[in-house]
Design a protein around this ligand. Sequence first.
Ligand code: GLV
Ligand code: MN
Ligand code: MN
Length: 409
Amino acid sequence: MQDNLRINGDRLSQRLQELAQIGRIAGDGVCRLALSDEDRAGRDRVVGWMRDLGLAVKIDTIGNVVGVRAGREDGPPVMTGSHIDTVRTGGRYDGTLGVLAGLEVIATLNDAEITTKRPVAVAFFTNEEGSRFQPDMFGSLVYTGELPLAVALATKGIDGLTAGDELTRIGYAGPEPVGQPRAHAYVELHVEQGPVLEAGGFRIGAVEGVQGISWSEFTLTGQSNHAGTTPMRMRKDAGYVAAKIAVFARKLAKEIGGYQVATVGALTMSPNLVNVVPNHVVMTVDLRNTDEARLQEAERRLFAYADEIAAAEGVGLTRRTLARFAPVAFTPNLVDRVEAIAKDFGLPVKRLPSGAGHDAQIMAAVCPACMIFVPSVGGISHNVEEYTAPADLAAGADVLLRLVLELAE
Ligand code: GLV
Ligand code: MN
Ligand code: MN
């Protein structure tokens, strides 16, 4: 085992900065919504790097990209990676760190002229974020067979465009069958996107699992009417019902406590005019918990309250599930290895659950899987100000390198 091998932190930071120029937005953030022109340009850049590093690039029919480095023996590769799509107001590290650290692992192996026993692969999955097309993580869901390809391709985005059409338009509807190559194991490096590591002075997170995620969309239909002449008792105010649901979700999360969180992240109101009672609202609620029973309780109570408050106002309500994932536990001995390797490197390490969704939780259904976290300054993410110090990026990539080497031998 090459215990002294380390990645090149400057080269990793250089690639991160270069990719961040594609879809760059004000404040040093990034907007590369899945299957957009910016996503295409980002994909082209990463595929170019993969080819420069000598990887065999495979693109499947949902646009997942896997670059494979041959081993001394054939067989399923040890896979690492993440995603390069972003939310509309994203930062520079969410997803891209995992992909570019994977390329840095490959570059390091190339420089040291090491051929591992098993192949090593770097993947980026289509539409991890789910901001444009729901559910999130749909590239990895199709890869593992949990979501039928045809359903994913037919998915309509927030702009009304269809995922399959957009995939073809950007030139990433590839020829490879989904689910190939199969992975021997999957390891993903990611920024924590929360405050725990920084607050405790930890450099590495050994991620034990990912909390459950429930995304719902409510459509409320009332009656638009004159804001001055309509008595309060005669209103069918969809905006009022939306506000009550949003406040209830917040109170519910506090009441259930622990890891329970609740977010109303999208809300559109019509006709959205100062002097008209709103007749139409579409809103989303994101509920998450590490405990499936508590998450189900949160759903039950939220849905019951929404029905009740809508009925009382004479407002129609329909509800649609946009995404639903049960909590996932990562492979215990891999979590242990992340912890042990960090300790070996003298890096303060903490075991913790992930609050965000990740492709690794989907991959965990088909192979041993785990994640490595590095601290996010101020716990800020899904925000242009997302930041992780270069030394922490490099430390995470070093832990990744060591674990990939172990798994590939
Ligand atoms: C993906 O980033 C999510 O957890 O929302
Ligand atoms: Mn991510
Ligand atoms: Mn994200």
